[in-house]
Design a protein around this ligand. Structure first.
Ligand SMILES: C[S@@+](CC[C@H](N)C(=O)[O-])C[C@H]1O[C@@H](n2cnc3c(N)ncnc32)[C@H](O)[C@@H]1O
Length: 260
């Protein structure tokens, strides 16, 4: 199942890399500043940005740390990251193709590990978390930012059905409480937290992932049905003739115990 899911992710992100590079949520500077701020950086850190994609978080971190390594399973996403980093004259970022479940680094090498808007694509979340925790130095920080689902189980399931239809590489949007529980399960202490909401236009969101039209139509129906009673927890609503909704996002910092 894991190998298949990863192949699907490489196919999906390879096919839609330009659309992800142009995504307003990914390039949102206020959000990037929040993530950077929650890390209390000193300037001498070595950072591993997991699932770096087209490099927005890596580029936001680079001026505040010694070195960033970006790793991602999709070569096409990394090509755009390398291009953007060159255009910004950032020379302390290196990129490599790789899988979060098999990080090609020895134990305890990084001060910070980050994964932004990617955790919901990882087929085995606990394997991914343990691997990210493994490469952290004792006292080092793991920051995860991701969309989170409603704490109401029925709403979170409704949302995840639509997400899977839209993007076959979607595994699960977790509830914020679930995310924190998993971090603790990986031996990390939960520290700083942040995160707000991000408003999406339904048609633009569909266009970004480009699902088959039959699935897009099913999603539109489910979104419309969700308006009454907020079935998805996404506050789907009509605004100026468009259907829009709000993703809740969570940013959680986990700290590796000094004695580990
Ligand atoms: C939405 S993009 C990430 C955005 C990026 N972190 C940022 O801040 O701009 C999600 C990324 O997760 C990557 N990904 C999915 N599964 C992965 C895995 N198993 N290992 C590494 N990267 C993975 C995809 O290739 C894609 O580039």
């Amino acid at each position: 199942m894991n190998t298949y899911s990863k192949k699907v992710a490489v196919e999906q992100f390879g096919r839609r890399s330009n659309a992800y590079a142009a995504c307003g949520t990914l390039m949102d500077q206020t959000d990037l500043d929040t993530v950077v701020g929650l890390l209390d950086l000193k300037g001498n850190e070595t950072v591993l940005d997991v699932a770096t994609g087209t490099g927005y978080l890596a580029m936001a971190l680079a001026p505040h740390v010694k070195r960033v390594i970006g790793i991602d399973i999709t070569p096409g996403m990394l090509e755009l990251a390398v291009q953007a980093e060159g255009e910004r004259d950032l020379d302390n970022i290196d990129n490599m193709v790789g899988d979060v479940e098999h990080l090609p680094f020895c134990d305890s090498g990084f001060d910070v590990v980050s994964a932004r808007f990617s955790f919901h694509h990882f087929p085995s979340p606990m394997v991914s978390l343990s691997e990210m925790a493994r490469v952290l130095k004792p006292g080092g920080r793991l920051v995860i930012e991701d969309m989170v689902a409603s704490e109401d189980l029925a709403k979170s399931e409704y949302q995840n059905i639509m997400e899977n239809l839209r993007d076959p590489s979607h595994i699960k949007h977790y509830r914020a409480s679930e995310l924190e529980r998993m971090l603790r399960g990986a031996g990390l202490e939960v520290g700083n937290r942040g995160g707000e909401g991000s408003v999406f236009d339904l048609e633009h969101w569909l266009e970004m992932a480009e699902p088959p039209e039959r699935d897009a139509e099913r999603i539109r129906e489910m979104m419309r049905a969700s308006m009454d009673g907020d079935l998805s927890g996404l506050n789907v609503r009509a605004e100026d003739g468009r259907v829009v909704f709000t993703y809740a996002t969570a940013i959680v910092v986990g700290i590796k115990h000094q004695s580990d």
